[in-house]
Design a protein around this ligand. Structure first.
Ligand code: ATP
Length: 332
């Protein structure tokens, strides 16, 4: 298909993730290289509603590949959920002569993109979220960096837990998805990993695991827990601190609680995040430049590919129970 000259807008939306800048950079350079004009939208869909848009040149995206966060800023927008908000966004795209949009974000941001696609905008979604929770893709930009940050923090906490023979309860991000806790749990040898996808029993999954590993010589214990665990309806505890206190009381082991929080979102992206983000940014602009819209980019069988947006959003996420069992089988 011949490339057509067009104006492509690009925004980041939802939670920021390391690697978003690499995707922005690649998309801008890929688009400009195909004689498209590129427009950056600041503050996600809210910025689109408010017309916060500026043309981007080759040098606008210099010196950002190694930076965490997103230089286009990001936001969550309730106004965009309304029809009026969407119409304002459409008017601003039109006013800037843009009929194509690249959205870097998570599942919610893609649902927003689908709404625009249904109203005539050509969209391409790039999965960027530290949660790795997008059903259609094996990987989301930012996950590797966040996971490595968690591992570094857990290793540090482990040093002190080991010295004092304590139990360290560490809460990581993941409101509905335990992938970050699971992967970091495997990589750090956590005694127990609690994720929102699986109900846990305090006695068997925590106290008995601690007691058993203690009986075979373990003297310090790491309990990794996704934040979403405490938001589950039947959760016995309302917070990591409460669960930590219950562990101390029942086991007699001194415990400490650490909520890692936003440190997990920041930092310079890893090589993996920079490279996948670059591949995705490049492909996103290439698709739109050649008139192929309404796609979501994904990693499948380890390769970057593009999927129909409706089909991609209909996919259901599957938790890797086998990996979970493996992690519990070897972290003794
Ligand atoms: P993260 O995984 O980091 O939370 P996300 O993209 O899933 O990222 P959301 O807060 O769910 O983050 O969505 C970002 C924005 O996308 C919302 O603030 C809203 O403006 C828009 N959005 C979400 N869901 C929809 C929807 N169903 N229809 C239209 N717009 C939506």
């Amino acid at each position: 298909m011949n490339e057509t000259t067009r104006k492509i807008a690009i925004l980041s939306s939802g939670g920021d993730a390391p690697g978003m800048n690499a995707a922005i950079r690649a998309a801008v350079r890929s688009g400009l290289g195909r004689d498209c004009k590129m427009v950056g939208v600041l503050h996600g869909y809210q910025g689109l509603i408010e017309g916060e848009m500026q043309e981007l040149e080759l040098r606008s995206v210099s010196d950002i590949i190694h930076r965490g966060g997103t230089t286009l800023y990001t936001a969550r927008s309730d106004e965009f959920l309304t029809e009026e908000g969407k119409q304002k966004a459409l008017r601003n795209l039109k006013a800037h002569g843009a009929d194509a949009l690249i959205v870097i974000g998570g599942d919610g941001s893609f649902r927003g993109a689908l709404e625009l696609a249904r109203r005539g905008v050509k969209v391409v979604g790039i999965p960027g979220t530290i949660d790795n929770d997008i059903a259609c893709s094996e990987y989301t930009i930012g996950f590797d960096t966040a996971m490595n940050t968690v591992i570094e923090m857990v290793d540090r906490l482990r040093d002190t837990a080991q010295s004092h023979e304590r139990c360290s309860v560490i809460e990581v991000m993941g409101r509905r998805c335990g992938n970050l806790a699971l992967s970091a749990g495997i990589a750090t040898g956590a005694t127990a990993v609690l994720v929102p996808e699986m109900a846990f029993d305090f006695e068997t999954d925590i106290l008995e695991r601690i007691a058993y590993t203690r009986s075979i010589g373990k003297r310090h214990f790491i309990i990794l827990v996704s934040e979403g665990v405490f938001k589950e309806e039947n959760s016995r505890f309302s917070s990591s601190a409460e669960m930590s206190a219950a562990i101390a009381e029942a086991s007699g082991i001194a415990t400490r609680t650490t909520v890692l929080g936003h440190v997990q979102r920041g930092g310079s992206p890893t090589a993996k995040d920079r490279i996948i983000a670059s591949e995705m940014g490049y492909l996103a602009a290439e698709l739109l430049a050649t008139d192929r819209g309404n796609r979501i980019l994904a990693v499948r069988d380890g390769k970057v590919c593009d999927l129909d947006v409706e089909e991609a959003l209909a996919a259901e996420r599957e938790f890797d129970y086998a990996l979970y069992r493996m992690s519990q089988g070897i972290s003794l």
